[in-house]
Design a protein around this ligand. Structure first.
Ligand SMILES: O=C(O)C1=C[C@@H](OP(=O)(O)O)[C@@H](O)[C@H](O)C1
Ligand SMILES: C=C(OP(=O)(O)O)C(=O)O
Length: 432
């Protein structure tokens, strides 16, 4: 099965028994590369002045969709080995499948605006409900013609004319940091560059905007991010470069949590000493939830005692960690409150409702708030855990399953969005 065929297009109602730890797990887990870093590297490489190399690229549904999108637009993307090469080309018309990837549906339209011709965008059924209008309206404000059905979501068409006027644009990015990242990633190629000003409730996932800025700087692009809620990229050349992708620290969540749920020890080699990845917040979160966490030149090691404590945490900056953290809270010995993540209702699914429903289905005591969840200790039991085509719901399921017998994960293959082979990698950690 290719990474972008089923189980996403036609989910099968398969149930996968999540393994339970009957003894402490001691493991070293080499994780695949970061989705967010890989997809930024591919986009900026396609706008560069020569071929770029993306080393240890993540090969998964989201990154293959990004490679396919850029290929459709005219770049040559060689994904045959572990190190991918991107050779920019004349941007032209085509049709882009976004799957369920926020990075594809938000980051590619500003590139398509530079194409000589119309680029049509569509994606999975749920992708058609994910917020998009801030990017489409911003493009219109920058001089680009965009046709849609008026809802401001997929599907839509970007009518490229080979150049974009660019300039200053004001958007409300409170629903997703990706709106800002999208405009910055292509902005250096616009005639007047781009200046993005945010007005509205605070922008979530700011580390991801820092990641965008860092990625552009690696390509020699100067970005002015000196003023909060305003980012400026002047028109300038984008230099080809050679980057190495870090392991995906958000996908590390269930693995390092297994140290706590099993009272064991899990190491992740290659965990960077400094990073813009949101997943780095796991170090602090797991320390507060009862783990011992140490980071050195060899990587990260998390050691558990078997005790898991609840936590009061604002996850606004690191919302993509919420499903796994909520699952760990469900097996904790004290109450938790997770805050600041109203925006994750617009992720792969409405994650707050999905988590409340599915964790309750296994016996957890969960109260849903507008911006998060309260979770209190309660006896849990096995049962089916639905994933809603959301890779991180599957991560939540296996975290509970590592502690609670009989958790059946529906469509675990949905993890191939960012981690093909996840179920085998996970099962391989359980002895016997
Ligand atoms: O730019 C990115 O790579 C991402 C930004 C964040 O999106 P939001 O700002 O919509 O939360 C994050 O949750 C998502 O997983 C990846
Ligand atoms: C929100 C996520 O993905 P996307 O890039 O599709 O927004 C995620 O991976 O948690």
């Amino acid at each position: 099965m290719s990474a972008h065929e089923s189980p996403h297009a036609s989910p099968q109602a398969s149930l996968w028994p999540a393994p339970t730890a009957r003894q402490p797990v001691a493991a070293t887990v080499a994780l695949p590369g970061s989705k967010s870093l890989t997809n930024r590297a591919l986009v900026v490489a396609a706008l560069s002045d020569g071929p770029s190399v993306v080393r240890r690229a993540l090969r998964s549904r989201d990154t293959e969709l990004m490679a396919a999108a850029l290929t459709t637009l005219g770049a040559a993307v060689d994904t045959s080995g572990d190190d991918w090469t991107v050779t920019p080309g004349r941007l032209g018309p085509g049709a882009v499948d976004c799957g369920l990837a926020g990075t594809v549906m938000r980051f590619v339209p500003p590139v398509a605006a530079l194409a000589h011709g119309t680029v049509a965008f569509d994606g999975d059924p749920h992708a058609r409900t994910r917020p998009m209008s801030a990017v489409l309206d911003a493009l219109r404000g920058l001089g680009v013609e965009v046709d849609g059905d008026g809802r401001g979501t997929l599907p839509f068409e970007v009518r490229g004319r080979g150049a974009v006027a660019g300039g200053r644009v004001t958007i409300d990015a409170s629903a997703s940091s990706q709106f800002v990242s999208a405009l910055l990633l292509a902005g250096a190629a616009y005639d007047a560059g781009v200046e993005v000003v945010h007005t509205g409730p605070p922008v979530p996932s700011l580390p991801h905007i820092d990641m965008t800025v860092a990625c552009l700087r690696e390509h020699g692009v100067e970005v002015d991010d000196s003023v909060p809620d305003r980012w400026r990229v002047a028109p300038q050349p984008v230099r080809a470069t050679d980057v190495t992708i870090e392991p995906d620290l958000s996908n590390a969540a269930p693995f390092v949590m297994l140290a706590l749920t099993s009272g064991g020890r899990v190491s992740v080699p290659g965990w960077p000493a400094r990073t813009t990845q949101a997943g780095d917040a796991l170090r602090d979160l797991l320390d507060r939830m009862g783990g011992e966490v140490s980071l050195d030149a060899d990587g990260l090691t998390v050691t558990g005692t078997g005790e898991v404590h609840g936590i009061d945490a604002d996850l606004h900056d690191v919302g993509e960690l919420t499903p796994a953290v909520a699952a760990l809270c469900a097996v904790a010995d004290s109450p938790s409150r997770l805050r600041g993540v109203a925006h994750i209702r617009g992720h792969e699914t409405d994650r707050l409702t999905a988590l409340a429903v599915e964790l309750r289905g296994l016996g957890a005591s969960v109260t849903e708030h507008d911006d998060g969840l309260s979770i209190a200790p309660a006896p849990m039991h096995g049962g089916e855990f639905k994933t809603y085509a959301d890779h991180r719901m599957a991560h939540a399921a296996v975290v509970v399953g590592s502690r609670v017998e009989g958790v059946l994960v529906e469509n675990v293959e949905t993890t191939s969005k960012t981690f093909p082979g996840f179920a085998d990698a996970w099962s391989g950690l359980f002895p016997g």
